[in-house]
Design a protein around this ligand. Structure first.
Ligand code: HEC
Ligand code: HEC
Length: 213
């Protein structure tokens, strides 16, 4: 474990747990995804349901999850457990966006499982034309702080989001939501992380992760 990792584990240990929140990686949707890993018939069924649901999402998130708007997240290549957990957060109010809440509430368990599997299977691309000086500054910041949770390649883990190839505008907006704690997003980990960041740090790190494959 890196020193940064050890420090963050200490910080997390001290953070109060969200008593009402179900543990990430549990619940009916996760159970379906888990079951599909050893059941090809079910996998096919869920992927078909997910692809159909994604036709609606494509209006904003783009074909195969490559959104063209700076403020709409790329879903391609995103980790499935993270997608499922965010869907649950919108539905139970821990993450606020009236439109997303409505859309995700309308999905069945199988459609939610399927859309997560569908998007996770798409390949993500770097966002072109990030300013080199900003990228370099962001690389250094990322290596000091973010790497402990989001990984050396910024592709995250099962429960940690992939940041590589994400729109810098969306990354910046998300960091600001965590920072101002305006109720749009909630995460004890990220609220602690952004406390030490200036707007210049946020912009640099956003450019860096956007530039990654
Ligand atoms: C009208 C446009 C629109 C449509 C249609 C839409 N979304 Fe979204 N979606 C957004 C926006 C904007 C955000 C970012 C909001 C925020 O900051 O919380 C978002 C965020 C998300 C996130 C969080 C991603 C992350 O990286 O944290 C998920 C998951 C998601 N949408 C899934 C879906 C799915 C699945 C569908 C279709 C069933 C869908 N969306 C349809 C606009 C849309
Ligand atoms: C202690 C672990 C931890 C560290 C360190 C950390 N993150 Fe995170 N990050 C998380 C978790 C957990 C989430 C999911 C939060 C949620 O559910 O909304 C997240 C979410 C995010 C998101 C939202 C992604 C999306 O798709 O919406 C961004 C952007 C982000 N982190 C950027 C960063 C940056 C930049 C750094 C370094 C300055 C960093 N993180 C350091 C744990 C961490």
């Amino acid at each position: 474990m890196t020193v940064a990792g050890a420090v963050w584990l200490a910080v997390l240990g001290a953070a109060p747990a969200l008593a009402q929140a179900p543990a990430a990686g549990t619940g009916p949707v996760h159970e379906r995804v888990q079951a599909a890993r050893t059941d090809p018939q079910l996998e096919k069924k869920l992927l078909t349901a997910g692809r159909k649901a994604a036709a609606v999402c494509a209006n904003c998130h783009g074909d195969k999850g490559h959104s063209s708007s700076e403020l709409i997240p790329v879903l391609a290549g995103q980790n499935p457990d993270y997608l499922i957990e965010q869907a649950r957060k919108y539905v139970d109010g821990r993450r606020r966006n009236v439109f997303m809440e409505g859309v995700l509430k309308a999905l069945s368990v199988d459609e939610t499982a399927g859309m997560a599997m569908f998007y996770a299977a798409q390949s993500a691309d770097p966002q072109p034309n990030q300013a080199p000086a900003l990228v370099e500054k962001g690389r250094q910041y990322f290596a000091r702080i973010c790497i402990a949770c989001h990984g050396a390649d910024a592709r995250g883990t099962a429960h940690m989001p992939r940041l590589a190839g994400q729109h810098p505008g969306y990354v910046l907006a998300s960091l600001k939501h965590f920072n101002t704690q305006d109720g749009v997003r909630s995460s004890t980990e990220m609220e602690t992380v952004v406390r030490g960041m200036t707007e210049a740090d946020m912009k640099a790190v956003a450019a860096y992760v956007a530039s990654l494959p």
